[in-house]
Design a protein around this ligand. Structure first.
Ligand SMILES: C[S@@+](CC[C@H](N)C(=O)[O-])C[C@H]1O[C@@H](n2cnc3c(N)ncnc32)[C@H](O)[C@@H]1O
Length: 428
């Protein structure tokens, strides 16, 4: 890429990393606080540095530990973050070494006692780092330990390494769901139509500058995120309740498919984003700002979608902060709310209607286990198994029980997809 970020961007990148890694702020929020006042171009640099630092944190820190003769003390935290961001610029953004070394050192201030060590270690990264980090085994260091351990136990070493290979890639493609004519849009935007039906393009400049955005011809939605709504089949003329709807990718899909959609979300702000997305797309839905656990209606619906809040461990390709911000305890913590939302959703499914439950999590506690527990509580529901091939996916994207389980390594040769779980349940 050959990026040479200016000094304000480098300082803001350090602040962003401090906010994410030391204060637990989500990356997008940290970027707004640390870089919100910078110009567009500088903000893009900050984002690129932060993304590469977080994506490759594991591998870079593995090398930092090797290059240091003894670990940095606690008071050297800024020096450590300067090394992390500096190495990311050298190894993954192709920034020129002299600028990276000088400016990362200068971020520490004239009186810092860590200037010498940061200088020496960054020079070592410049000399040896590219070769050492290029080894395939380096990739598995990128994954946070807690996720690597879980995924190795569940999917095995080969799949773990395929997932790590996809998560390693910095150029994450952009997926668009088009209202019609996927081939035409793929040709116009220089992309391809995926077997799942999404149009995939290389990430480039700002999304609103792309052809068709202002005219509302498509919206951004990861290929995996389109699959849950497709499990309902033909939606034209059917009523659909979207229980956790914002920012509205799935609401838009259902509305474009001809459903009469009621979209509920507890966040009024996120619901506003949903409404403006629908306005741009010239699609309609009834929107309700409410906690779905208290949502009250006489009506029942032909289709109910519950895209439940979750740890989002399936979205590390675009959100590498998530693996460092969350841990094992968060996985278990959300299951109570997921059960409650599922029970509430079940009450709105018309006889003969369909409930689709999904999460963008890789963890079974937020997917398979929730559905097993739900079916044990609700005798009136049965699973309608998913056909992976009909969705354009390999057969291992459906579990033995018949649920959808996509992995980042699915469509791996084309850049992968988000890890998603979805179950289709029919009300007798
Ligand atoms: C995974 S996101 C939904 C993404 C959305 N379905 C889409 O495709 O764009 C989860 C959403 O659930 C909402 N949410 C979380 N708990 C909720 C609750 N108890 N009731 C209603 N909405 C809730 C959050 O505000 C968030 O917008």
């Amino acid at each position: 890429m050959g990026l040479s970020p200016p000094p304000p961007a480098r300082a803001a990148a350090l602040d962003t990393l401090r906010r994410v890694l030391d204060r637990g702020q989500p990356l997008d929020e940290a970027l707004t606080s640390a870089a919100g006042r910078l110009e567009d171009r500088e903000r893009r640099f900050v984002r690129a540095i932060a993304l590469a630092s977080l994506r490759h944190k594991g591998s870079i820190e593995h090398l930092i530990a090797r290059y240091l003769s003894r670990p940095l003390p606690k008071s050297g935290r800024d020096a450590h973050l300067a090394l992390l961001a500096g190495a990311a610029q050298l190894l993954f953004l192709g920034s020129p070494a002299h600028a990276v070394v000088n400016e990362q050192v200068n971020l520490l201030g004239q009186r810092s006692k860590f200037r010498g060590v940061v200088n020496a270690v960054l020079r070592r990264f410049d000399r040896d780092g590219r070769r050492e980090i290029g080894q395939p085994e380096a990739r598995s260091h990128d994954l946070p330990d807690w996720l690597a351990r879980r995924w190795r136990a569940r999917f095995g070493e080969d799949t773990l390494s395929a997932i790590a290979g996809v998560l390693w890639q910095d150029a994450v493609p952009l997926d668009l769901t088009v209202k019609s004519d996927p081939d035409g849009w793929a040709a116009r935007l220089g992309g391809e139509v995926l077997p799942t039906g999404s149009v995939r393009i290389a990430t480039g400049g700002p999304v609103p500058d792309l052809e068709g955005f202002d005219e509302g011809r498509w919206w951004v939605q990861d290929a995996a995120a389109t699959l849950p709504v497709r499990l309902f089949g033909d939606l034209s003329g059917r009523s659909l309740l979207d229980a956790c709807a914002a920012p509205g990718g799935k609401t838009a899909q259902a509305a474009a498919g001809g459903a009469r959609v009621t979209a509920v979300d507890r966040s009024p702000k996120r619901l506003q984003t949903l409404q403006s997305n629908l306005d741009r797309l010239e699609l309609e839905a009834e929107t309700v700002a409410a906690d779905f656990r208290n949502f009250d209606r006489e009506e029942v619906f032909d289709a109910v979608l519950l895209d439940a809040p979750c740890t989002a461990t399936g979205t590390l390709r675009r959100h590498p902060d998530i693996g460092w911000l969350r841990g094992e305890a968060d996985v278990a913590a959300l299951s109570g709310a997921q059960d409650e939302l599922l029970d509430r959703a079940a009450g709105f499914v018309a006889p003969g209607g369909t409930l689709v439950y999904c999460t963008c999590s890789m963890e079974p506690e937020e997917g398979e286990t929730r559905i097993a527990a739900f079916l044990a509580r609700h005798e009136g529901f049965r699973r309608a198994p998913v056909d992976a091939a009909a969705l354009g996916l390999p057969s291992d994207a459906a579990t033995a029980e018949g649920d959808l389980r996509t992995l980042p390594s699915h469509l791996g040769e084309r850049g992968g997809m988000d890890g998603f779980f979805a179950a289709r349940l029919v009300h007798a």
